[in-house]
Design a binder for this molecule. Structure first.
Ligand code: NAD
Ligand code: TDX
Length: 332
């Protein structure tokens, strides 16, 4: 058995990764390290609780990290503060968890060895013009806009430096926007779905022209497994479905799928510094590792996601009021 440590395994992508790993990769013995911040929920792992060891702890805690890294063969690092709007309100936890947390893991890896995969985002590259076909590549210079993306850029740089200077066996992936089950209700798609399920109006920032490349969380996690098994050490891989949509288009799609008029939403104030467009050139992972998304039809993926939120109110309802109260403070 290969011993795998998953940081942030009680969050959206990490928990889906743990489910995927338990179902499809019996060669791994999984341990989750998660601080259970507002974004982490142990219930998300309840169906695999017997197959997974759970450690409630912080990636900035040197003692815990040292102990868990020492007994792991593979470390997949999802844990992070992940929401741009929160980072604009209070950047401190982002610097702490995303930079100091990644540093703490890297120092343990330097001491004990182990295979490390770092989960990052396309946001480290800044943004692209709204019009045009330009894409980010593995060579695009970093140019982050928000405290969130700056902290993720910082963590990527640390991983590269520890790989080059200390020989840490690391890979990095930068994925586009994810959607799917167990995504926190603060994020765009689940916020709108759960507003509608609760008879509140959805909220679109500004004119809704900003473009995101929507990738199903299972496609992201399948790519991570490919990188773990076939990726080249020291390399970075960009992941993305290729399906780019404006926020307004997504809003109209969701409303249509839920049987409502396409304009049944409110415009709210725009996010400061709002990145215009993200788009990843994922040729490298497609050609070198043979990755391709299974969720080819975004409309179908969104319909399944709506169904999931409709049927799993037990999971998201406890987070909803506190999340909307935070948005009220931001005026969004
Ligand atoms: P999330 O906010 O849903 O989950 C983050 C998890 O990390 C939570 O369970 C939280 O409790 C845990 N965590 C936070 N700080 C911690 C700390 N100091 N110690 C231990 N655990 C801690 O985030 P997500 O959307 O699942 O994102 C996971 C990773 O993927 C992040 O690194 C993020 O930057 C990256 N990413 C996200 C997206 C996206 O669309 N959501 C896209 C690309 C990359
Ligand atoms: O209510 C909303 N209305 C709205 O118009 C919210 C919450 C968002 N938006 C807009 C802002 C963005 O243009 O929708 C778009 C998507 O917003 P988020 O879900 O907050 O995602 P984004 O800021 O694009 O970042 C996401 O993708 C990259 C993740 O949260 C990051 O963790 C990841 O790195």
């Amino acid at each position: 058995m290969t011993r795998m440590l998953v940081t942030g395994g009680a969050g959206f992508i990490g928990a889906n990764f743990v489910h995927h790993t338990v179902e499809n990769h019996p060669e791994y013995e999984v341990c989750v390290l998660d601080a259970l911040t507002y974004a982490g929920d142990r219930n998300t792992l309840s169906s695999v609780a017997d197959q997974v060891e759970f450690v409630h702890g912080d990636i900035c805690d040197t003692e815990v990290v040292d102990r868990l890294v020492e007994r792991a063969d593979v470390i997949v690092h999802f844990a992070a503060e992940s929401h741009v709007d929160n980072s604009l309100h209070n950047p401190e936890p982002f610097i702490r968890s995303n930079i100091i947390g990644t540093f703490t893991l890297l120092e343990a890896l330097r001491k004990h060895g182990g295979r490390f995969h770092h989960i990052s985002t396309d946001e480290v590259f800044g943004d692209l013009p709204l019009q045009g076909t330009e894409k980010f590549t593995e060579e695009t210079p970093y140019d982050p806009s928000s405290p969130y993306s700056a902290s993720k850029a910082g963590s990527d740089m640390l991983v590269r430096a520890w790989a080059r200077s200390f020989g840490v066996a690391a890979t990095i992936s930068n994925c586009a926007n994810n959607y799917g089950s167990f995504q926190h209700v603060e994020k765009f798609i689940p916020r709108q779905i759960t507003n509608l399920l609760g008879d509140a109006r959805p909220k679109l920032y500004g004119a809704g022209e900003n473009v995101r490349e929507w990738t199903h969380v299972d496609d992201h996690n399948a790519a991570v497994h490919l990188i773990l098994s076939q990726g080249k050490l020291g390399e970075t891989y960009l992941i993305g479905s290729g399906d780019e949509r404006s926020n307004k288009e997504i809003m109209e799609l969701l409303l249509g799928l839920m049987g409502l008029e396409p304009d049944a939403y409110d415009h709210v104030s725009d996010r400061p510094g709002h990145d215009l467009r993200y788009s990843n050139d994922s040729t490298k992972i497609r050609t070198e590792l043979g990755w391709q998304p299974i969720y080819g039809d975004l409309r179908e993926g969104l319909a399944a996601t709506i169904e999931w939120y409709r049927e799993n109110g037990w999971w998201w309802q406890p987070q909803k009021a506190a999340t909307e109260a935070k948005y009220q403070v931001l005026g969004r």
